[in-house]
Each structure stands twice: as C-alpha cells, then as structure tokens.
Design a protein around this ligand. Structure first.
Ligand code: NAG
Ligand code: NAG
Length: 394
C-alpha cells in the first residue's frame, strides 16, 4: 500500500504538529482562550520601549514566550484530538452497537433454521431429504454472512463515528478561535441542534444501510460457498480462505461503502431524523436556515471523506484486522483436532459465534480495541481532523 499517509502512520503526532504550524495564529488564539494566556501572544509585540539592550532581551523573551505558547497550542490540539478518539471508542460506538447487533441478528436469523433442523432430527418424517439439504445450505451461507457483515459493519460504524467526531471537533475548535479573532464576523458557530442532527446519521447503518450490506454479503457468500460440501474437512487456513474469497467477491463489485452509511441525497428517513428545534420561543428563523446550510456542508464533507481512497484503504485495513481477530477466536476449536481439518458443518456454529463476539461485551470488546489500536486508524483520523480548507484562519 504505497500511499504516503499510510506509510507515515507512525508520525501521527508530527502530522498534527506540521498542521499546527500552518494554522499557528488561530491555534494560539484558541489555546490562549482556553488557557487564559492570549495576552502572551499579543503582549510580546508591545514589549521593549526602553534601551536597546532591554529591547533585545525583551525580544528574546518574547520569542521564548511565543515558542512556549506555540508548544502549548500544539499540545492542546494534540490532546483535543486524543480526547475525540477516546470519546469515540468509549462512548459513542458502544452506545450504537446494541441496535446494530439486534438488527443484524434479526436480518440474518439462524435460530429458526437450527430449530427446524433439530426438529427434523427428532422426527425424521417431518423433513424431506431435499428440505433438509436446503436448510443446511442456508445455515452454511448465513453463518458466514452474519460474521462477514459483523466485521464490515463494526469497521464501518467505528470509522464513520470517528469521521463525524473529527469533523465536528475541528469545526468546534475553529469556531472558538474565529469568534475570538473576529468578534464582528457574522459567522454563526455550530448550534447544538446542527450537531445533534449531524450525529443522528450514525443510525442510518443499522436502520437502513444494513439491508443492502446483508444483501451484498449474502450474494458474495452464496457464490463462494455454493460448491463447498458440508462434509469436507477444513483446516484453519482453508477457513480463512473462505472468508477472504467472500471479501474479494464483495470488493470486486466495488460496492462503495458510502451507500451503507449515508442515505441518497443525505436525506434521513423520518423516524431517524432529529426534529428541528424550531420552538416558538426562538425568534430567529434565519438561524434555522443557516442550520440547514451548515448541516448540508458537514454532510458534504462527510461524504467526500467516505468516497476518498484514504477511506477505502483504511476500511480494508480494518476489515483485515477484524478477520485476524475472528481467526484467533476460531483457532481455539482447532486445538487438539487432527491436522486433517474439521468438517465444514461442524465449523458453522463457531463461525456464526464469532459474529456475536464482534458486537458484544460493550465495555470490553476486543474487536473495538483492535480498531482503536490500529496506527492506520489514528493516521486516518488525524487526516480528517486536520483536513482543513479553512484557509481564512491560517
Ligand atoms: C453539498 O453538495 C450538494 C451536491 O453536490 C450541493 O448542491 C450543495 O451546494 C453542497 N452544499 C454546500 C453547503 O456545500
Ligand atoms: C479532504 O478534503 C477534500 C476536499 O474538501 C476531500 O475531497 C477529501 O476527501 C478529504 N479527505 C479526507 C481524508 O478527509
């Protein structure tokens, strides 16, 4: 993956630092505002009216103060960035997972199939051979579909929330700076209502986008699994190969991830969208107008990120590492088994079970931790956070 930003992932702090240099003035102001030290920045210019020696000392002193202020501003930017990532990992994502899991498990329902098969075993008359085969085929496909969907959906939701929070974080940070620098500026900062409406889009995946994702994964899984007999023994590598092929088939359709997380034209279904806070006591109708435009712009930014190559690349890295995590779970069932592998039919319950593990135990989900620890994810977030076209601030 010869892409510069991915190669530079070990230099995330320095990326942010470079960016901080470029936006020095606004950062200093923002930092000063919060840290109460804006005077340091403005003060040094007016120092030194006395003797030359004194002047030089003052200039040196001012330079030192400025450097300190710059360092503080950079550190503050860095810590603001870190706090955004933490909020995403520990609060926002876990709060959305239960709905995602419920929706996925009701769309890819395995319990009905297994019940029928168990009944068929107890009462051999109840199922014809053909029906039984049919049920097994379905169980085979859906077990993989559930887990591949869980891997993709968790990665998608994780990245989507990070994109949103980093875009928001950047805007909020600069609103603060801008207000301070240009009090007369007519610019209206992001209202809470805009922020809420923006965040509401994170629900689109489980609400609607999942249907399309399940459909696409199902098609891919059917193609790959159609010719695989249930009795055939699979080694761990064979099993990984099946997952890889489903992924490759999915990728070959070049289905853009964006369609699973954003509605066409950015219009949320009614039951998802947050009602406009157009209470009668709010006299500013213009404000609501402005809100729509701001939201429109935020959504355009989000969409631009989602269709970018950078996003596709980091998404691939995430799904790969989810697959590694799943294979680690499955490794356990191979311990003590013969080298010849395990019949595919016997692998279906643990394969489907990995899908549950991906979306469960919210306070300590190892898959969320894997994503949070990926340096590529950090680099990507830093890119989104610092992807500023707000040159007016520079
Ligand atoms: C957002 O994108 C749409 C479609 O490309 C465009 O018509 C609209 O003007 C954009 N809105 C803003 C605020 O940039
Ligand atoms: C950066 O911004 C540009 C233009 O606004 C956009 O096209 C691009 O996708 C963005 N990239 C990232 C990673 O945010």
């Amino acid at each position: 993956m010869a892409v510069s930003w991915i190669l530079s992932y070990d230099r995330v702090p320095s990326n942010i630092r470079a960016w901080a240099k470029k936006h020095r003035r606004s950062l200093l102001v923002a930092a000063g505002l919060v840290g109460g030290g804006a005077a340091v920045y403005y003060g040094f210019r007016y120092l030194g009216l006395a003797s030359q020696a004194r002047k030089e000392r003052d200039v040196a002193r001012a330079a030192l103060l400025q450097r300190e202020a710059e360092e503080r501003a950079e550190a503050q930017l860095q810590s603001h960035f870190e706090s955004i990532q933490r909020i995403s990992d520990t609060t926002t994502l876990p709060s959305m997972l239960p709905q995602l899991k419920d929706r996925l498990f009701s769309k890819v329902d395995l319990s009905g199939l297994t019940e029928k098969l168990i009944l068929g075993k107890e009462d051999p008359q109840s199922l014809s051979q053909r029906e039984k085969m049919q049920l097994w085929q379905e169980l085979k496909t859906l077990s993989f579909v559930r887990t591949v969907c869980a891997m993709s959906a968790l990665s998608l939701l994780d990245l989507f929330i990070r994109i949103q929070l980093n875009i928001l974080g950047r805007h909020v940070y600069f609103d603060t700076a801008r207000d301070f620098m240009n009090p007369e500026d007519s610019h209206v900062p992001l209202s809470m209502s805009v922020q809420h409406k923006f965040i509401a889009y994170a629900g689109y995946l489980h609400h609607k986008g999942l249907d399309a994702l399940v459909g696409d994964v199902n098609q891919a899984a059917e193609i790959v699994l159609r010719s695989k007999p249930l009795k055939e023994p699979y080694t761990l590598d064979d099993l990984r190969d099946v997952f890889m092929r489903i992924r490759a088939t999915l990728d070959s359709k070049r289905s853009a991830w964006v369609q699973y997380v954003l509605p066409p034209d950015n219009v949320l279904p009614d039951d998802l969208s947050v009602a406009s806070s157009a209470d009668a006591s709010n006299p500013v109708a213009e404000m609501a107008l402005n809100d729509n435009e701001v939201l429109d712009q935020l959504m355009n930014e989000t969409r631009a990120v989602l269709v970018s190559n950078e996003f596709h690349e980091v998404m691939a890295v995430c799904v790969d590492s989810m697959l590694d995590g799943v294979m680690e779970e499955l490794y356990a069932i191979y311990r003590g088994s013969s080298d010849n592998g395990i019949p595919l039919a016997k692998l279906l319950p643990p394969v489907a079970g990995a899908g549950s593990a991906l979306l469960e135990s919210l306070d300590d989900n190892r898959f969320i931790r894997i994503l949070a620890d990926l340096p590529q994810v950090h680099a990507f977030c830093a890119l989104v956070y610092t992807n500023s076209s707000e040159e007016t601030l520079a």
